[in-house]
Design a protein around this ligand. Sequence first.
Ligand code: AMP
Length: 597
Amino acid sequence: MTKFEALGLQKSLLDAVADLGFKTPSEVQDKAIPILLEDETDLVALAQTGTGKTAAFGFPLIQKIDRESRTTQGLILSPTRELCLQITNELKLYAKYEKSINVVAIYGGASITDQARQVKRGAQIVVATPGRMKDMIGRRLVDISKIDYCILDEADEMLNMGFFEDIKDILSNTPKEKSTWLFSATMPKEVSVIAKKFMHSPQEITVGDKNAGATTVQHEYYVVGGRDRYPALKRLADTNPDIFSVIFCRTKRDTQRVAEKLIEDGYNAGALHGDLSQNQRDLVMNSFRKKQIQMLVATDVAARGIDVDDITHVINYQLPDEIETYTHRSGRTGRAGKSGISMVIVTRSELRKIKAIENKIKQKFISKTIPTGIEICEIQLYHLANKIKDTEINEEVENYLPAINDVFHGIDREELIKKIVSVEFTRFYNYYNKTRDLNTPDSGEQRGSRRGDDQTPGSVRYFINVGEKDGYDWMSLKDFIRNTVGLGKDDVFKVDVKDSFSFFNTDAETTEKILSTFTEFKVDGRFVNVEVSKNPGGGRGRRDRSRSGGGSRDRDKRSNSGRGRDRSVSSKRRGRKSSGNSSYSGKRRDKRKSDFF
Ligand code: AMP
């Protein structure tokens, strides 16, 4: 018997589970499904997005629906159109072998008449956003007076978005005798109010820690000057060449401007906010899902319901006003069992907010420093070398080889390698070579004893030739190194996993042990090398360097060009630089544009 069978699901649903490839129930499914199948009960489930909660309520709902009747029996309310469509699609997959069950999505921004027509044809389950639902009730286009089940999904987000009154109105149109299942990541006061007012002795389940963010997320903060947010963001992106991220801004205007700047600077970025038409938002979301967009800059409201599983980083370009909102933001990464990183760019005056968030999420932040230009160059160089190594050879080049060999005649292997990597590397090098340190004096050690800071005096940074491609994330790599070398829980820190290589730090006294363990060390027949990083991220040195140069901001200015800085550079210089840039092509065409925003 599989574990799903043990939950009491009927055969048609177990077949769908098998088709979906779900092997074992997630925690919320394990806890919720038996309760919902067995009893007619109200339920409050505290579970984050990405924990499998759609299936936790979806399977019991489908099993309990009277398929002979065409009356609307189940109503699911969800905060956004995105989520509404996702739930609808998932439910259709769950009901794959229950042909007589109809699930209809009702949401704003699409034809209300079409949706009304679909409901009229007989929808036993309606999935709706509160605004459109209220509209349709008002116009008598939907009848929810006979429902048996009402599900409030992401209740905290719905209330955050100001749907309190709408939800109250909608619920007052439903019968008293029904079961209400409320799913929420957190339990703020407003959610408790709804639960108290509309639910009867609900059973409660909690997945993970109440009110806590997903534990697979590492929280980091970077202290910079207020005007350095944008260059800091760029550096964070450049240190993570395979980043797939959501960047949160506070206003629509900032969202649009940051996205535009990133696009200008050659990144695969897009904006998502409420001033865009539904069509524009759909286009952006589609590109993001296909990973054509690597950096999605979004407002909190627009990002609600983004349900993409493998987001590697959430970047808080600015902190939100509400701590609750931070939980929603960081919950976009570390989904479906993967690990993720939530980065916060803060100014000194915002530091107390970090403390408040730590208290709320019951997790410590790691204080980190914005990488220096040279660190970024090093990462990009390794990334490039590995990319070349992993590139599949296109056999078509065979025909051109004689001619190509002629071109390279007389150049030895070492020189050729240097030249190949320089093609791309020089671009980063020229841009970052003389840029200043972006960290404020408060960065890094300013919170004293924090471990995990590469600038910890006496700490050594290492390069290791394994990364994401080998199945590691920051947690598993840390464990691998600790267990292999025989180190304590906190002895390995600042683990930065890239695609095919990584970096980590230890105290200097551990260096010998690390290097001797990883001498001639093999895993599955493959050598795992560890070297002391050429650029140990020694904060003091690099800070001193940038300061002793004096007027580092000016130096930075000189090394940059681009539209963002047009007003401050002469047209002559602009012309020269831009013609230089034009020789570069590819995804990140022009890294040398303005660092300013
Ligand atoms: P949700 O929290 O409902 O948004 O689900 C997050 C993701 O996990 C979705 O892509 C689901 O298809 C997937 N999922 C849900 N339950 C399971 C399971 N038991 N095993 C594997 N994946 C699952």
